[in-house]
Ligand binder design. Sequence first.
Ligand SMILES: Cc1cc2nc3c(=O)[nH]c(=O)nc-3n(C[C@H](O)[C@H](O)[C@H](O)COP(=O)(O)OP(=O)(O)OC[C@H]3O[C@@H](n4cnc5c(N)ncnc54)[C@H](O)[C@@H]3O)c2cc1C
Ligand code: FES
Length: 506
Amino acid sequence: MNASDERTVSLWSDVDVVPDAVPLGRNEDFDAVVVGSGIAGMSIAYELAAAGQKVAVLDRGRIGGGMTARTTAHLASVCDDYFSELIGLRGEELARLYFQSHSAAIDRIEAIQTAERISCDFRRLDGFLFLASEKAAADLRRELEAGRKIGIAVEEVSGLPLARHADTPALRYPDQATFHPLKYLRGLATGIRARGGTLYSDTIVDKVEETDGGVRVGTNSGLTVTARWAIVATNSPINDRVALHTKQAPYRTYAMAFEIARGIVPDGLYWDTEDPYHYVRLHPGDDESDFLIVGGEDHKTGTADDADDRFAALTSWSRRLVPDLGAETHRWSGQVMETIDYAGFIGRNPGNERLFVVTGDSGEGMTHGVVASLLISEVILGGNSAWRELYEPSRKTVSAVGNYLAENATMIKNFAEYVAPGEIESVDRLRPGEGAIVREGMTKIAAFRGDDGTLYRRSATCTHVGCHVHWNSLERCWDCPCHGSHFAVDGTVLNAPAVSPLTEID
Ligand SMILES: Cc1cc2nc3c(=O)[nH]c(=O)nc-3n(C[C@H](O)[C@H](O)[C@H](O)COP(=O)(O)OP(=O)(O)OC[C@H]3O[C@@H](n4cnc5c(N)ncnc54)[C@H](O)[C@@H]3O)c2cc1C
Ligand code: FES
């Protein structure tokens, strides 16, 4: 199981990326083994297979069933935390490399979908960052200057095709793109297999270790894969307890799709200066209509359980901007990992030579995953990459200490919850479909009653490093606020970094 077993489904989910994938059935040996089959893992596997490496991808659930199935797939080379902020934290040269690496990722997706003849609705378009309130006017100007400083052909425009926004100042970024994420992954899977690669679904990796001259990847069935290289692409890394996890934090984000008559809003990527920001794109529907996809209303994972209010806010924001919007067709949620210094972590796992990691995707995880495929394959095959310093996983960004302290306060607050009372007095209070934390003596129980009355009682202690899980009534799962694990009501892990289920309580 993985995040594809959470309750909501996205606009993309009717595409099964590799329906005939099967679990690992015996011990195997490869040149490279990739753990995780999202945009990052599949893109890395593709690059290595294309270079002649014998590659395997292992995933704990459906291939492509992680956050990549829940994305909105803006393919943007623009830092969503603002280049002006990134320059402040990391300097002008690294900000320029950020733009160049994400631009290269879009170019690479375009080249692969052409070469592999992947029919995935890929198109180049403009991106527009627009002012949400007068308050942010200075931010927009600062962003314009920052973009120009690092060589982006950004320009100030007005006349956005959104109601009451004809005079709203905006920045136009050329050469952005979008596509159907799962149709693209399906094409990558075909390309990997055509080059001798193997894709294993429903295979839970519980150990990744470096050996003398190689790596060993263990699974919970007892089978192992050995290889020369391993890449952990599980979105939130399963091989790390502290080093990377203290430098990033998980955020839930919400998305919706609506029908819209073709032409009302021109094809493009739109996002505003709100914090958290709203993001908008189109996706082709049938002959006369398209889908307008809107996202936003983010919060730190596990700190709110009010999805209906967030969808209502997204709906009214969307209808204010597009009064002719049609019916809602989909609503879903997912999670992104936000790093303290606004660039992801891609490269050798701290302390390892043959073990690589990719995490810290932020709202740009699609291009970030493809940056990882270029960087990691370059390092494995050629020894270096011009982007290594920017994404170095072991880096310590002293100027981001404020963000570091703010994000890690969650963990301290979370552990204090163990001494708090339960949310309800007894499991007897749970109605069908409800979940809550119950205290029984010293034990905190994550309790859920199924629609048929079945009671599930699991420990509320996350199996990663022990934080206290929180109920998510939208997805009917337990979310861990510390590093982003999600668990099904029966305790099964749905999202990394945890690998073991919540303990059953008799
Ligand atoms: C609502 C929403 C909107 C977004 N919009 C955008 C956008 O517009 N543009 C953009 O660039 N990004 C966007 N993002 C972010 C982007 O979608 C993600 O960052 C990206 O898809 C992550 O890809 P990934 O390969 O790192 O992870 P995933 O797709 O989550 O893949 C990780 C895989 O690892 C597997 N795994 C985990 N643990 C194990 C284990 N123990 N053993 C084996 N396998 C394991 C999982 O099953 C999963 O399939 C959005 C995200 C969300 C949720
Ligand atoms: S995800 Fe790390 S403690 Fe739960």
